[in-house]
Design a protein. Structure first.
Length: 271
């Protein structure tokens, strides 16, 4: 039976010092706006909440309902606009040597199974968990409960599903996890424009802006909104006027590609 080995109690938001994902999701149902991102949380099966086990893994309990109900469960998260990365911490995953209680935690990104490429980092509340050949997480042998911190996933993420299942289909006790998110997709792409040789004037803009690059190589520029959708595309050499009059006010991101393979990115603010 699952044993709670230690109690590491602390309320509040945990910031990950070694990750860009510092905004913690703590609501367990409904929709909240965190950092400009609408996050909707739903669940199915056997789930619960807990804030009293470990400071780095709360409040989501999946696969268990304390004190003694267990079974397959899942939490589902949707992000609008999509985010560019997230970080998950895990704890209380059962001993892989106990075939009656073995747990497997599986992730789905944008409704597709995500195979975790490498283990996270050790944490103080549990033994170190095991990465399965399928890229899922399970407990370690003869160590009670296990977990790790710092599974970071990058890319355009619209949905995340965390499932607690079992190797033998029984399910027992449930595992805990926390979720931290970063910025809307695209916000991490050279938002200061410091590394781009392109000059945009004016920026911020009202309707039009002139984009100029230092060379005369045939190029194209693509404008994206915060959800990563293409808004416009122009072909040019050296300079082009971007007419954004028909687009709503807000932040946009540009990507310039020339025929020699060079790429530059940056941000545009329309007011």
């Amino acid at each position: 039976m699952k044993k709670i080995i230690s109690i590491c109690f602390q309320l509040g938001i945990v910031l990950l010092a070694n990750s860009q994902c510092t905004r913690q999701v703590t609501h367990t149902s409904g929709t909240m706006n965190i950092g400009g991102i609408n996050i909707n949380v739903t669940s199915s099966g056997i789930v619960d909440t807990m804030t009293t086990y470990c400071t780095s893994t709360f409040p989501f309990v999946v696969g268990g309902h304390w004190p003694n109900i267990s079974g397959i469960g899942r939490y589902m998260f949707s992000f609008s606009p999509p985010i560019d990365s997230l970080t998950l911490n895990f704890s209380q995953i059962n001993d892989a040597n106990d075939t009656n209680e073995q747990e497997v935690v599986r992730l789905y990104i944008n409704s597709v199974h995500y195979s975790i490429p490498s283990p996270g980092t050790r944490k103080g509340c549990d033994s170190f968990a095991v990465l399965t050949p399928y890229g899922d997480i399970t407990g370690c042998k003869n160590c009670g409960v296990a977990g790790w911190n710092g599974t970071t996933i990058r890319g355009k993420i619209s949905t995340l599903t965390v499932v607690d299942t079992t190797g033998d289909g029984l399910g027992f006790g449930g595992s805990l996890f926390s979720l931290f998110i970063s910025s809307p997709w695209g916000n991490g792409i050279n938002t200061s424009n410091k590394n781009s040789p392109a000059v945009l004037y004016p920026n911020p803009i009202t309707n039009n802006t002139q984009l100029t690059v230092p060379d005369f190589i045939p190029s194209q520029v693509i404008i994206y909104d915060l959800q990563g959708l293409e808004c416009m595309r122009e072909y040019f050499s050296h300079s082009v006027i971007l007419n954004m009059e028909s687009l709503p006010n807000g932040f946009y991101f540009y990507k310039i590609m020339n025929e020699q393979g060079a790429e530059y990115t940056g941000k545009i603010l329309k007011e």
